[in-house]
Design a binder for this molecule. Structure first.
Ligand code: ADP
Ligand code: MG
Length: 232
C-alpha cells in the first residue's frame, strides 16, 4: 500500500491510530529506516514468516486499540525457534484478550530481533503556536526520568538537526562510552531531516513517535513506530 492508501484505510475504518506495521510502512516509503515488519494472522503464518526472516524474531500485538504494546504483555523479544514463536503468538493473544476484551486485533507483527545499539527517540507533536515540532532524545530511562530531550520547529535545517542532537546532556553516550561503539551521528542527523521532511509532506499526521531507534556505528533503525492522524 502507498502512504495515502494507508491513511485512507484507517480513515475508512474511522480511526486515527495507525498500527505499528502501518506506521512503519508509511515511514519506510519516506526513506526512514525501520525494521522490516510483517503481519501474521495465524500461528502457521507466524512460523513461516519467522523462518523467512530468520531467527531470532520479535512478535508484537497488532491492534489500533493497544498503543502501549509491552505494558499489555503484547511484545515478546528474542524468540529463537518456531516453537518459541508459536507459543509467544498464543501468549500475546491471551494477554491482550484478557486486558482489552473489546480491542480490534489485526493479528501479530513479526520482525527480526535487531542487534543492540544506543537507543534514541525522535518524536513529533503539533504545537498550537508553532505547528509541528520535532523532539530528539536518548531512549529508555534517560528520556522517561531525566527528560533529556531537545526540540526544533519543522522544517528543520541541517544545522538544526546537528544542534538538536549535540545539545542533549547525554550526547557523550553517542560518542562512545565505556567501550561502547560510537554512533554514526551524521546518519542520525540525516534521519532527523528525513522525519522533518516526512512531517512537512504529510500534514495528516498529528503525532509521531519513533521509540526506540537503535543507533549504530554504521546507521540506525527504528524498531517501533507510532503514528496518530489528525481528526478527519
Ligand atoms: P511499546 O513501545 O508499544 O511498548 P515496542 O515495540 O517499543 O513496544 O517494544 C518494546 C521494547 O522492546 C522496545 O523498547 C525495545 O527495547 C524492544 N524491541 C522492540 N522491537 C525490537 C526489535 N525488533 N529488536 C530488538 N528489540 C526490540
Ligand atoms: Mg516503543
Amino acid at each position: 500500500m502507498t502512504g495515502s492508501e494507508i491513511i485512507d484505510k484507517a480513515r475508512s475504518e474511522d480511526r486515527n491510530v495507525l498500527t505499528e506495521i502501518e506506521a512503519k510502512e508509511l515511514l519506510m516509503e519516506a526513506g526512514i529506516s525501520v525494521v522490516d515488519t510483517k503481519l501474521a494472522t495465524s500461528k502457521e503464518e507466524v512460523i513461516s514468516i519467522s523462518q523467512q526472516l530468520g531467527f531470532p524474531v520479535v512478535l508484537k500485538i497488532a491492534s489500533p486499540d493497544v498503543v502501549h504494546k509491552s505494558d499489555a504483555g503484547g511484545v515478546k523479544l528474542d524468540l529463537k525457534t518456531a516453537k518459541q514463536a508459536g507459543k509467544a503468538y498464543d501468549d500475546i493473544l491471551k494477554a491482550i484478550k484478557k486486558q482489552y476484551p473489546e480491542a480490534k486485533i489485526q493479528g501479530v507483527s513479526v520482525q527480526k530481533m535487531a542487534r543492540p545499539g544506543v537507543e534514541v527517540i525522535i518524536g513529533m507533536s503539533k504545537d498550537a503556536q508553532f505547528g509541528p515540532v520535532l523532539m530528539f532524545g536518548l531512549g529508555g530511562i534517560l528520556v522517561e526520568i531525566l527528560k533529556d530531550i531537545s526540540f526544533r520547529i519543522v522544517p528543520l535545517t541541517k544545522r538544526d538537526a546537528k544542534e538538536m542532537i549535540k545539545e542533549i546532556k547525554g550526547y557523550p553516550l553517542l560518542e562512545g562510552y565505556r567501550g561502547q561503539e560510537p554512533v554514526d551521528v551524521n546518519n542520525l542527523e540525516e534521519l532527523v531531516l528525513k522525519v522533518s521532511n516526512f512531517v512537512e509532506q504529510t500534514p495528516e499526521v498529528d503525532e509521531l513517535d519513533l521509540n526506540p531507534i537503535f543507533a549504530y556505528s554504521d546507521g540506525a533503525v527504528a524498531v517501533d513506530a507510532r503514528v496518530i492522524l489528525e481528526e478527519s
